[in-house]
Design a protein around this ligand. Structure first.
Ligand code: NAD
Length: 496
């Protein structure tokens, strides 16, 4: 069985302790590869390499065109290996092949997008600011932030890493990436692609390993300037604590329990399609999944009936089987977590409309049928807590105000969606939803060009778009005294 390696200072190396752990295919519950288990020693080597590559250059001071050319080589490398990387992503995570291909295609595009943005940002140059005193000239510019520690989850294993690695490299930072121990393989392939793209040694480093053994030493490392994290709110809190100890910049993309408000004038098939895409796509392992659906009461019974019928028609199976739209849950721990959430839901007064456990007749694999609960009590854990699986809760509402109150009643604020034929109403609701990403008449389509991130416990900072690039730049002002005479505070300006 193949064992991956770490990538430190431009070379593939075994971890200092020589340990490794299994990569499990969730469709078969069998191991198919071994992953290098990096530890504190490896993290320290990687961070020092990244530090040297930043401090001694040339990466941060290269013209943007040179960095952009490297990013475009990476994009081309990903595209050239797209079917192979997508197949690995499917074997590791369980998602259907077409979804994996979509992710990997997106990952290539993110590198291309930030290549362009880096060039445009450099062309824009510094800004001169009028400070209201003609004896001074102030300019404001940005420069690379430094060494980035990127810690990422398993739901979009390569794409979530690339959302950080691409803008960080484009901005002139150097990076140590620590992907999730549950899905590390596509990031190991990313390291191969980057190795072939001829970046200076130390600019990009990969440490695979567990959260406590590899993630924690990275978030604690004093030579790291910024921690860029995507994962659970619980781990995000630990990352922020570590960042606070070292006064490091931090960006957090955390969990969610996003609402989808559907008014009665919506087309029922469009509503059902987007509800399903909002919660069953990627097995519901989506931070922005619209897992709380609010339906105007007059549409509620018909919509539930149509949703049940459509959910029960979804083809469930291994991600590499043709026509499959719902693969297995990523891992045994996550499967157990989702099953426990469903069991807790069944113990409430909520009505189980569909699913609620393993699909019938399936013996092997971490499969869970698309699950729909209705009439869910507002205090129930299934209504309030992130499940991160194919489980949706649907409740009725009577007025727009009530829908908004219910929608905003959450500690989370990553995303929200609204559907109605009345676009003015959509605009009104969109403006009042307390979340960083709002979808109107759809749920989930995500574009590289627009900022991504959450309010409240869903995170701090933004990825993607221009904001995602600026998040890896420091802002600097240079203020010049232009007068020929002394300033006159201590010395008389009239004195020669
Ligand atoms: P997780 O928090 O368990 O793990 C995320 C990463 O943190 C992994 O690499 C893990 O090894 C590492 N980690 C764990 N403990 C650590 C520690 N003590 N110190 C440093 N690193 C540590 O999350 P997960 O289960 O991999 O991912 C699912 C979560 O991610 C969900 O809550 C989901 O909502 C969230 N998510 C958010 C977004 C977003 O954009 N907001 C996107 C994808 C996923």
């Amino acid at each position: 069985m193949q064992t991956t390696e770490l990538y430190i200072d431009g070379a593939f190396v075994a971890p200092a302790e020589g340990d490794s752990f299994e990569a499990i295919n969730p469709a078969t519950e069998t191991a198919f590869a071994r992953i290098a288990a990096g530890g504190a020693t490896d993290v320290d080597r990687a961070v020092r390499a990244a530090r040297r590559a930043f401090d001694q250059g040339p990466w941060p001071t290269l013209p943007a065109t040179a960095r952009a050319a490297a990013l475009r080589r990476i994009a081309a490398g990903i595209k050239a290996r797209l079917p192979e990387i997508a197949a690995v992503e499917t074997r590791d995570n369980g998602k259907p092949i077409p979804e994996a291909e979509w992710d990997i295609g997106d990952a290539a595009f993110v590198f291309e997008y930030y290549a362009e943005l880096a060039e445009a940002h450099e062309r824009d140059g510094a800004t001169t600011v009028d400070v209201g005193d003609p004896t001074f000239t102030s300019t404001v510019s940005t420069e690379p932030l430094g060494v980035v520690g990127a810690i990422t989850p398993w739901n979009f294993p390569m794409l979530m890493a690339v959302w950080k690695v691409a803008p960080a490299l484009a901005a002139g930072c150097t990076v140590v990436l620590k992907p999730s121990e549950f899905c590390s393989l596509s990031c190991a392939l990313l390291a191969e692609v980057i190795d072939n793209a001829d970046l200076p040694p130390g600019v990009f480093n990969l440490i695979t390993g567990t959260g406590p053994e590899a993630g924690a030493p990275l978030s604690d490392h004093p030579l790291v300037d910024k921690l860029a994290f995507t994962g659970s709110t619980a781990t995000g809190r630990k990352i922020m604590t570590a960042a606070a100890a070292g006064i490091r910049t931090v960006s957090l993309e955390l969990g969610g329990k996003s609402p989808f408000v559907i008014f009665a004038d919506s087309d029922i098939d469009k509503a059902v399609e987007w509800i399903m895409f909002g919660i069953f796509w990627n097995k519901g392992e989506v931070c922005s999944a619209t897992s709380r659906v609010l339906v105007e009461r007059s549409l509620y019974p018909a919509l539930l009936a149509r949703l049940k019928q459509a959910a029960e028609a979804i083809t469930i199976g291994a991600g590499d089987a043709p026509g499959v739209k719902l693969g297995p849950i990523v891992s045994k721990p996550q499967y157990d977590k989702v099953m426990a959430a469903i069991a807790a839901g069944k113990a409430t007064t909520a009505r189980l409309v569909s699913g609620g456990g393993r699909p019938e007749g399936v013996e092997t694999g971490y499969y869970i049928a698309p699950t729909i609960f209705a009439d869910v009590p507002r205090e129930a854990a299934i209504w309030r807590e992130e499940i991160f699986g194919p489980v949706v809760c649907v409740n009725p509402f009577d007025t727009e105000d009530e829908a908004l109150t219910l929608a905003n009643d959450s500690v989370y604020g990553l995303a929200g969606a609204v559907m109605s034929d009345d676009l003015e109403r959509c605009e009104r609701v969109a403006a009042k939803l307390r979340a960083g990403v709002i979808w109107v008449n759809c749920s989930q389509p995500t574009f590289t060009q627009v900022p991504w991130g959450g309010y409240k416990s869903s995170g701090i900072g933004r990825e993607l778009g221009t904001a995602g690039f600026m998040a890896f730049r420091e802002t600097k002002q240079i203020t010049r005294y232009d007068h020929t005479q002394t300033w006159g505070w201590y010395l008389d300006p009239a004195d020669p």
